[in-house]
Ligand binder design. Structure first.
Ligand code: MG
Ligand code: MG
Ligand code: MG
Length: 305
């Protein structure tokens, strides 16, 4: 059976695109692999796949007995429940090091880039393998998405350079315009339930023995969800009660470059305090755009202390 290349739960554009791209690269290196995802594409990802002519990868929720490569994550909490029964062959990622392990030698490439696709771009170059035009298009979109059009503090010069080179290959002249198209697609909230919005990009973490879930929705304007706020707060309370110490939902305004924090917690003061704010009906975190760089480290510190 082919090895699976698998992104994280509640897949975002980078995790789905990374699986497709990494499969293209590894097949050209002679490996027997197929891309997979732990869920269906969100609206932004659907837009990206349609724009450049790709099908969504097969949805996989069980990996026992399979050879697997992880892309865009290395935390067991973001993997299928039977991850420990799989044979881990490799990782390509740009997050904090997670808690997976392997029983045989593996290929592991983790960089502090703003996007997994920036690393994959460097891997094509390192291997001397040409990047197809449509593959370059989806890679570029993943970088624009993960770096929030280069506004996120996670953005590095490597991301800007990779995006520029990929745009040339893909024939995209205006990166900003493509980025705004992506975030407009991502801002599609009409007809979505509060639960769908919270789980669209949601990750669970183990913080010193406490299960903490953090969802993030990046919007071109928070007005888009103003009417839904009471229902969102109520739903987040239910999500917390499903076995979590805390559930956070970050509504990131990509134009104002900050996030509104919605919080349900056994200890709200401790969580809000992690971001230097007091618990209130409207907690605004100026400049906070990145879960991995600004939110998760602050929470881990607060839970350790
Ligand atoms: Mg991701
Ligand atoms: Mg990513
Ligand atoms: Mg993200």
């Amino acid at each position: 059976m082919s090895a699976l290349i698998l992104g994280h739960k509640n897949p975002d554009t980078d995790s789905i695109v990374s699986a497709i791209v990494c499969a293209d690269l590894y097949k050209k290196r002679g490996l027997d692999v197929v891309p997979a995802a732990q869920g269906k594409p969100a609206p932004e990802t659907q837009f990206v796949l349609e724009r450049f002519g790709f099908e969504a990868p097969e949805v996989v929720t069980s990996v026992a007995g399979r050879d697997i490569y992880l892309v865009d994550f290395s935390d067991r909490a973001q993997a299928p429940a039977d991850i420990d029964e799989a044979n881990l062959k490799g990782i390509v990622d740009h997050h904090k090091l997670g808690d997976v392990t392997s029983s045989s030698p593996l290929e592991c490439i983790i960089w502090t880039a703003g996007c997994t696709n920036t690393i994959l771009k460097a891997m094509y170059d390192y291997c001397g393998i040409e990047i197809p035009k449509n593959i370059a298009g989806i890679m570029l979109c993943a970088i624009l998405s993960d770096t929030v059009i280069f506004k996120s503090p996670t953005t590095t010069d490597m991301d800007r350079k990779a995006a520029k080179e990929l745009a040339e290959i893909a024939g995209v002249a205006d990166l900003e315009a493509l980025g705004m198209e992506l975030f407009t697609a991502k801002s599609a909230v009409a007809g979505c339930s509060p639960r769908d919005l919270i789980f669209r990009d949601f990750k669970d973490f183990d913080m010193s023995g406490h299960k903490v879930g953090v969802g993030q929705l990046e919007l071109v304007s928070l007005d888009l969800v103003a009417d839904m706020m009471p229902a969102i707060e109520e739903e987040l309370g239910r999500i917390r009660a499903e076995g979590r110490h805390s559930a956070l939902f970050l509504l990131t305004d990509i134009m104002k470059e900050g996030s509104r924090l919605v919080l349900a917690s056994e200890d709200p003061a401790r969580v809000a305090g992690a971001f230097g704010v007091e618990v209130s009906d409207f907690m605004w975190l100026p400049g906070v755009m990145s879960r991995k760089k600004q939110v998760v480290p602050a929470l881990e510190k607060a839970f350790r202390g």
